[in-house]
Design a protein around this ligand. Structure first.
Ligand code: G4P
Length: 526
């Protein structure tokens, strides 16, 4: 029992989110270095070299330089057991990011100091704020010319609607970057550029030290004094309660590549975040320290390893302990099952594991029985709150080019939809000869086409459809034929047989509601 408590108490599970190229992979790599999970800088990253980031599983990611799928890694550091969830770096995959955030207890947001909040990630970052989990900001690349720290904080506050609290303050940037002022300790940590594989010798000088003006130079010294006065004068306290509820983000300035400020960030972060907290179920809450095991599926991924044609369900443990060979209840199917091939992702490999604890993320073999949001448990039956589906905004009609490949076509489309990488719809009462694919961001179309061709060996034809809005019909009994709709409204069905309407504009939605008494529409599936 004490063991269970200790193990869970040392768990920290967080997602890392950033713009493509802001430095997420580099920062993750440095974390892993500290944890001793890898020994060589560059082992994780190196897009331009022959090696690829461990988390970049799919060919398309490497080609386009974006992280399409999320992956997960575990390592130990300073007495903590840390699970990092990587997320896609483009807002077109914000639904995937949202699902990943469901499995995380907090998030680290990496921002490029020269770019601030970038347009293609605005939506992604907002998704982070929607979850109300603690968000820690790492403003990276201070060794390059950066925007003013005031402007950066202002932008985060305005764009994301979240408060900021600088934990440290940069002194200059680019060639003039001298280090950061640690507000809590009241001292300056001076920057020295090294190759970057190890932590730079952290040289500390007290703010009141007389030699400081010489070290920094007159101009930077006087700017720093003004900045410190301004920050302290503003009188904001670091309100940990606000941090825990995702209303205030502690901000750290640093440089992942040169390894400056990474370890202090990690240390503060681990101290300020909590171990796994109770999780909401449909009826009550589950205590992570309960003896009963419980978990939910937040991600399904097929063909992670092309040679094995495997399909893995990623589950987040919410309470108790998982033991290999254990029998659990799959709540949605009402069946007892054994979780096969339980595995954890280490820095560079997957390893079969014997046990895992609340807070951990593990992958289990999926013979095609799991759906996103499913609950697994032992003991008293519980059901975690589902993971919402985002309303798709782009639609496209998809057909196979070679009619002989019907079987592979259906398999590919269905599996990719089950993973949640796309949503699929059909014309009412039609077969699977053609499907309507809906996505939240158009890059998902590219990934879908690429995967159909490379994983399922089916060439497809895609035709864009002019719809932008989708509404599920909530009325249980409805005669679709009798609906009075504008000519540009389309009736479709989803995988579960529910009826939906596709609209091109808001006007047509209003028309449908005005002309069909009692019609009930909702913009998400229940
Ligand atoms: P991502 O995962 O968020 O997409 O970013 P990634 O870590 O791959 O970093 C993107 C680029 O930014 C890389 O350069 C990386 O070396 C660089 N970078 C990361 N952190 C810092 C930093 O603190 N300072 C500076 N100056 N650069 C940084 P690249 O040229 O695209 O790749 P590579 O040649 O280093 O492999």
């Amino acid at each position: 029992m004490a063991d269970l408590r200790n193990e869970i108490n040392k768990r920290r599970t967080f997602a890392i989110i950033s713009h493509p190229d802001a430095g997420k992979t580099t920062l993750t790599e440095k974390f892993l270095l500290y944890g001793g999970a890898i020994t060589l800088a560059g082992a994780v990253k190196g897009k331009k070299s022959a090696k690829h980031a461990v988390s970049d599983w799919m060919e398309i990611e490497k080609q386009r330089g974006i992280s399409v799928t999320s992956s997960v890694m575990q390592f130990n550091y300073d007495g903590y057991c840390i699970n990092i969830l990587d997320t896609p770096g483009h807002q077109d995959f914000s639904e995937d990011t949202y699902r990943t955030l469901m499995a995380a207890d907090s998030a680290v947001m990496v921002i490029d100091a020269a770019k601030g909040v970038e347009p293609q990630t605005r939506k992604l970052f907002k998704v982070c704020v929607m979850r109300d989990i603690p968000i820690f900001t790492f403003i990276n690349k201070m060794d390059r010319d950066a925007l003013s720290p005031y402007d950066l904080l202002d932008e985060i506050e305005k764009e994301l609607g979240i408060g900021t609290y600088p934990m440290n303050w940069p002194i200059g940037s680019g060639k003039e970057f001298k280090g950061v002022y640690d507000r809590e300790a009241g001292e300056i940590i001076t920057f020295e550029a090294t190759g970057g594989s190890r932590e730079v010798a952290a040289n500390k000088i007290d703010l009141e030290d007389e030699s400081l003006a010489d070290t920094l130079g007159e101009e930077l010294y006087s700017t720093l004094r003004d900045d410190v006065e301004l920050l302290d004068g503003a009188g904001y306290e670091l309100d940990l309660d606000k941090v825990r509820h995702g209303k205030l983000s502690p901000v750290f300035f640093g440089s992942a590549l040169t390894n400056f400020g990474v370890e202090p960030f990690l240390k503060h972060f681990l101290k300020m975040t909590s171990s796994p907290l109770p999780r909401k179920t449909s009826e009550t809450e589950v205590d992570p320290f309960s003896n009963d095991f419980s978990a939910f599926v937040f991600k399904i991924q097929a063909n992670m390893n092309k040679a094995h044609r495997d399909r893995i369900a990623f589950i987040r443990l919410c309470s108790g302990k998982f033991e290999k060979g254990m029998e659990v209840t799959h709540v949605q199917q009402g069946k007892k099952i054994k979780l096969a091939q339980p595995q954890q992702m280490m820095a560079q490999s997957r390893e079969i594991i014997d046990e895992a604890y609340a807070g951990d993320i593990i992958g289990v073999f999926d013979p095609g029985i799991f759906s996103i949001g499913d609950t697994l448990c032992t003991g008293r039956r519980v059901q975690f709150e589902g993971i919402p589906t985002f309303a798709p905004e782009y639609f496209c009609r998809v057909q196979q080019k070679d009619t002989m490949k019907r079987k592979q076509f259906v398999k590919g489309v269905t599996q990719i939809a089950q993973e949640g990488a796309i949503q699929i719809f059909q014309e009412v009462a039609s077969g699977m000869e053609e499907v309507i694919v809906g996505v939240v961001g158009t890059l998902q179309f590219d990934v879908f086409k690429y995967r159909m061709e490379n994983e399922y060996n089916v060439e497809i034809r895609m035709e864009n459809l002019p719809y932008s809005y989708i509404r599920w019909i909530d009325n249980e009994e409805i005669d679709l034929k009798k609906l009075n709709l504008t000519s540009d409204t389309k009736k479709v069905q989803d995988m579960k047989g529910r009826f939906l309407l596709l609209f091109s504009n808001q006007w047509s939605i209003d028309w449908a509601l005005d002309h069909n008494k009692g019609l009930m529409l909702s913009d998400f599936s229940k």
